[in-house]
Design a protein around this ligand. Structure first.
Ligand code: 3H9
Length: 739
């Protein structure tokens, strides 16, 4: 925070306009809160001042992104290190609500978390149509801790407030106004900064002169309803939203917010504030919150350019084309259109082009007409279109010759400034680039690996070949941001980061079933209780066993030293058990409800796993009785951690935090465990603990699976006594010094 974070301008009408600025998102750090409290106290002691407008000023239109999340680590430590132990930190909320002066919040942009709690404590809120409001604290494993659980229900009603907090809903200005959260909404067109401040000053003046009632939010009761009614609402929400969102009670913040809000209704606002403070202090120190805060910062960090490229900037490409309008291509086109880009889909014939358009229209749904108007489909590389593009994303079949041929065409028809991206999930970028040596050498070739369905999945792997230029990387990152994806820059190797990090999961599951007598359904149940949405066998059914074998073959060829191939899977495929799409695999699926989770088909063990594996060397040690659910989870996931260490060692991924983001957004690893590597490090005590655990598991399973042999990268991190799995940062090179 700069020294001039809070400044005041006096208006001739006696209204003080207090502006606070803490870029980039105007986080309400404790220093900002203290400075605001001091300023409100000073103004209250100045007789000429009649009221206050509170205005958050940060480039990009933020009233405030909320309390400073980076400070959470020191909360609860007590004494001077704990910024919230000092009552001066939070004095601003009481002063805004019931000090001498009416305080009005002027909101022209994002107003989240502690920022909204500050606005809620004010006597009124005036907003422009660009404003948006939300209390997203639960996503961080906490509850609002600056009065939000008490004041929001009093302003918009108990049930709407709880629903908004439980679901971390973002209310656009118009909705916030109709809910009762915004007192004055400026019309669009008349909402310049000057107009906003004038309107807020007008409201403050009316209150100062008694022409308008000054609201004290904590004392409002008219919208709360009776205690009995609130109790009934709480019971209903506990049975529905809380049960679902808390994952059956695993995440404590969902129950806490209901209990604390109810306490405020039963015992009054002040008692509610005290209950809120107690619950907040407990939650902010919980492992769940620490993991979610880690994930928050890791996701923000992931979309940055790699070290050494700082300062390179690029605008997001707007004129785009997608080659291939199949499921993947149509999904990518949909996401591009939703981000405001124009899109051309190139297909091989008129029928395929029409089908691509239909797919995109279906993805966009009934409200997508405006976006759809920016789509065109074609069967030719016409110069008029392709000569004017910023980026092409190739999403054709996973066939290297085909992709090379497409790139040759693209190099011919696109301008030299056009980014040439491929959505390959496995192929080597340099081999594709070899077909267009000039474009590749110029740095135009890059990977843009989306996950299916591309218009829904939040992750984008941006694959960087050695030749890819920083400007091209920056352009694809900017595009990712426009598409609301979290983009992670990764290096070029088979499977890139996500698929390579997770290929051991299915392999090791096969090993455990084949050679250790582990029941697939018990293994799935252990992994699902841990928080994975699907255990490895259920996931294979979902993907399709034939696809699993095909992808497994790619990894088997690339990493033959450690890949594991089970004989029973081809036998299942031969018997027509392809997984969900054929109605049966490891589970059976009723044709009447194809989305049902499936019923275990235990006959798979006796029919396929045991007979096929008989005749192998003596099975060791028919081990299911030896393995606990925790062993099964570690056996499934630590080989992935082992592979992640290799990715870090090879420089394919640049930090453990990037891989945490990739694991959560690409593989649905539970966010409340912070990501794969964060979980492994915290659960097992860093690299040395992970190594020891892997060795124990290798012993338990008879030293028969190479995926359980520690990678050199893990051994090295453990030997170095490092607390992190990543390669230690390289010292920055001083210009002129030898490499
Ligand atoms: C809270 O308020 C608790 C209280 O109830 C109680 C307290 C006692 N703090 O996302 P972006 C950083 S909890 C610190 O790329 P965008 C972010 O790390 C808070 N830093 O921008 C990044 O840094 P860097 C409740 C924050 O425009 C930079 O700002 N609020 C915070 O796409 C830009 O972020 C939330 O949960 C913060 N609060 O989106 C809101 N917010 O450049 C969380 C952001 O170094 N934030 N940063 O990587 C958001 O939802 C989005 O960041 C926001 C901006 C919509 C604000």
């Amino acid at each position: 925070m700069g020294a001039r974070a809070v400044s005041t301008a006096m208006r001739p009408d006696g209204i003080a306009v207090v502006t606070f600025a803490n870029p980039p998102v105007n986080a309400l750090g404790t220093a900002v809160q203290r400075a605001l409290g001091e300023e409100l106290a000073r103004l209250a002691a100045t007789p000429a001042v009649r009221g206050v407008v509170l205005y958050g000023d940060a480039a990009g239109g933020f009233f405030s992104g909320g309390a400073d999340i980076a400070e959470f680590a020191s909360i609860g430590s007590g004494g001077a290190a704990d910024p919230f132990a000092d009552p001066a930190t939070t004095a601003v909320y009481g002063l805004a609500e019931s000090g001498r002066l009416p305080v009005v919040a002027a909101v022209g942009g994002v107003c989240f978390g502690g920022g909204l709690e500050l606005a809620l404590a004010c006597a009124a809120r005036v907003a422009t149509p660009a404003a948006s409001f939300g209390l997203p604290e639960l996503k961080l494993g906490i509850i609002p801790g600056l009065g939000g659980t008490q004041r929001l229900p009093r302003l918009i009603g108990f049930e709407p407030a709880l629903q908004a907090m439980l679901r971390s809903t973002v209310l656009p200005a118009a909705k916030a106004a109709s809910a009762g959260l915004v007192d004055v909404l400026l019309p669009s067109g008349g909402s310049s900064l000057g107009a906003l401040v004038d309107a807020a000053a007008g409201v403050a003046l009316e209150m100062a002169s008694g022409r308008r009632r000054r609201m004290v939010p904590l004392e409002e009761t008219s919208r709360l309803g009776s205690l009995a009614n609130c109790q009934a609402v709480a019971a209903k929400l506990r049975a529905t939203d809380v049960a679902r969102l808390s994952k059956g009670g695993v995440l404590p913040q969902y129950e806490a917010v209901v209990a604390v809000a109810l306490e405020g209704v039963a015992s009054g606002g002040q008692a509610g504030l005290a209950a809120e403070a107690r619950a907040f202090a407990k939650l902010v120190a919980s492992p769940t919150s620490k993991a979610l805060v880690h994930f928050f910062f890791a996701s923000r960090g992931a979309s940055k350019l790699p070290p050494g490229m700082a300062g390179v900037t690029a605008r997001a490409p707007r004129r785009t084309a997608v080659i291939g309008g199949g499921l993947m291509g149509a999904g990518i086109a949909t996401a591009l259109l939703e981000s405001g880009a124009t899109v051309v889909i190139k297909e091989i014939n008129a029928g395929a082009a029409a089908a691509a358009r239909t797919r995109v229209a279906k993805n966009l749904g009934s409200r997508g007409a405006a976006a759809l108007s920016r789509l065109s489909v074609t069967t030719d590389y016409e110069a008029a279109t392709f000569g004017n593009l910023d980026i092409v994303i190739e999403a054709a079949l996973e066939n290297v010759k085909l992709k090379q041929a497409i790139f040759v065409e693209l190099e011919r028809v696109t301008p030299a400034s056009c980014v040439l991206a491929t959505n390959t999930s496995t192929l080597n970028l340099d081999i594709i680039g070899a077909a267009v040596p000039a474009a590749h050498a110029a740095g135009r070739v890059v990977g843009a690996h989306f996950f299916a369905p591309a218009h829904r999945m939040p992750l984008l792997e941006v694959v960087r070949a050695d030749a890819t230029s920083p400007a091209v990387l920056a352009a694809v990152l900017a595009l990712g941001k426009k598409m609301r994806k979290t983009a992670v820059v990764v290096g070029n190797c088979p499977g890139f980061a996500v698929n390579r990090m997770f290929f051991p999961q299915g392999n090791v599951a096969h090993f455990l079933a084949s050679e250790c007598g582990v029941d697939p359904y018990e293994l799935d149940a252990a992994c699902e209780a841990f928080g994975l949405p699907m255990g490895p066998f259920r996931l294979q059914d979902f993907v399709g066993l034939d696809i699993t074998v095909a992808v497994g073959g790619t990894f088997g060829a690339a990493f033959a030293d450690r890949a594991y191939r089970a004989n029973f899977v081809p036998a299942m495929i031969a018997a027509g058990k392809l997984g969900r799409k054929s109605g049966s695999g490891f589970y059976t699926y009723p044709s009447s409800s194809p989305r049902a989770p499936g019923t275990p088909d235990k006959s798979v063990i006796a029919k396929f796993i045991e007979p096929v594996e008989t005749g192998a060397p003596p099975l060791y040690p028919r081990g299911r009785a030896l393995l606990s659910p925790a062993d099964m989870v570690d056996l499934t996931l630590l080989p992935c951690v082992n592979e992640a260490c290799r990715l870090l060692e090879e420089g394919v991924a640049s930090s453990p935090a990037d891989l945490d983001v990739s694991s959560v957004l690409g593989m649905a690893f539970p966010a409340h465990r912070g990501g794969l590597l964060y979980w492994a490090s915290t659960a097992h005590g860093g690299p040395a603990g992970i190594l020891a655990r892997l060795r124990t598991l290798d012993d338990l399973t008879g030293h028969r699976c190479a995926l359980l042999k520690p990678s050199f990268a893990l051994l090295r991190a453990a030997a170095a006594g490092s607390s992190s799995l990543g390669r230690p940062p390289r010292p920055t090179r001083t210009p002129g010094a030898p490499d």
